[in-house]
Design a protein around this ligand. Sequence first.
Ligand code: FAD
Ligand code: NDP
Length: 315
Amino acid sequence: MRVIEDVIIIGSGPAWHTAAIYAARANLNPLMFEWFLAWWVAAGWQLTTTTEVENFPWFVSIGWPELMMKMREQSIHAGTKIETRTVDKVDLQSTPFKVIVGDVVHETNTIILATGATAKRLGLPGEEIYRQRGISACAVCDGWLPFFRNKHLIVIGWGDTACEEASFLTKFASKVTMLVRKDALRASKAMQQRVFDNQKIEILRNTEGEEIIGDEKMMTGIVIKNNQTNEEMTLEAGGLFYGIGHTPNTGFLDGQIELDETGYVITKPGTTVTNVAGFFAAGDVQDKKYRQAVTSAGTWCMAAMDAEHYIVSKH
Ligand code: FAD
Ligand code: NDP
């Protein structure tokens, strides 16, 4: 029997669950695909790379597994069907759209994309050992943690993200050193000025990280190199924050949706509408500015409502 879904949701972060809850409550019987590995890994995605979440309203402090389990439970309770499988491809050339998972093709009237973004890291020697033990890619999320307090912290990058991270970290750190690989500075003038005005921030230009070192339990420093003189030195440091950008998970769309020059889905301002009618995007996959669990969840509520309005307008 041919089954055409009303809504298929692809992705499984905080955005995904919010969309599912709203879509299920609108009687759209959403079918959701969460990245396959194991659902408890899939369900948290970016949040699985952190520890406690302290800025999600209602919870003073909550570990990501509990937060994501509660969201997942609520999605199922609202009537969402969940399949723990990675979506390989979508075909948006005709309606209903096709969502291809292995050798199974699902048809659907609308798609909500919630595949998020992945913070870039450099893969330096030592990085795997000290991941979550001094290394992070989100200062707002992790900078408050006790083991970063009153320590010398390193930020790699010189875009707006890196500048924001460095400024934020000075609330906790004894000193922040930014490693900038070029002489030229990329961040917006306002953000640069904020950094220059901050006495706690040191900037090392033409400088790259070479290796993370530690005492097996925590990172204790970083070997750096001046790429003009090839001079190497070791900085003692209690933490390293990457601010070198994010990669949105949009590769599998094969160019069928309009993306910006960095691969983020372009949505009509103030909505989750994309250039393809019936295809909606929300959360980090279309947001390079705010990138928080709560903002992502908010836009997913919008996506479910936009999808519902679209379906109603077609009947
Ligand atoms: P994601 O969380 O990225 O989820 C996307 C999901 O889609 C993933 O499960 C992924 O596996 C899945 N997916 C991708 N491709 C496919 C596919 N083809 N098929 C099926 N599934 C797919 N925010 C806060 O508010 N508070 C914090 O304390 C906090 N801490 C953070 C700490 C770190 C280290 C990082 C990196 C981020 C942190 N954030 C925090 C940001 C927060 O995690 C993100 O803003 C939020 O998770 C974005 O949700 P999302 O649903 O848009 O995307
Ligand atoms: P960007 O791409 O703007 O900057 C990335 C930074 O990381 C650059 O300094 C880049 O160096 C550096 N970098 C990249 N790869 C490496 C590497 N392998 N080794 C060392 N350094 C590296 O990313 P952002 O995340 O900062 O910003 C993305 C977008 O989001 C921008 O448009 C930004 O304006 C926006 N944004 C806005 C904010 C705001 O308005 N408050 C906050 C955050 C982001 P190089 O310059 O040498 O290439």
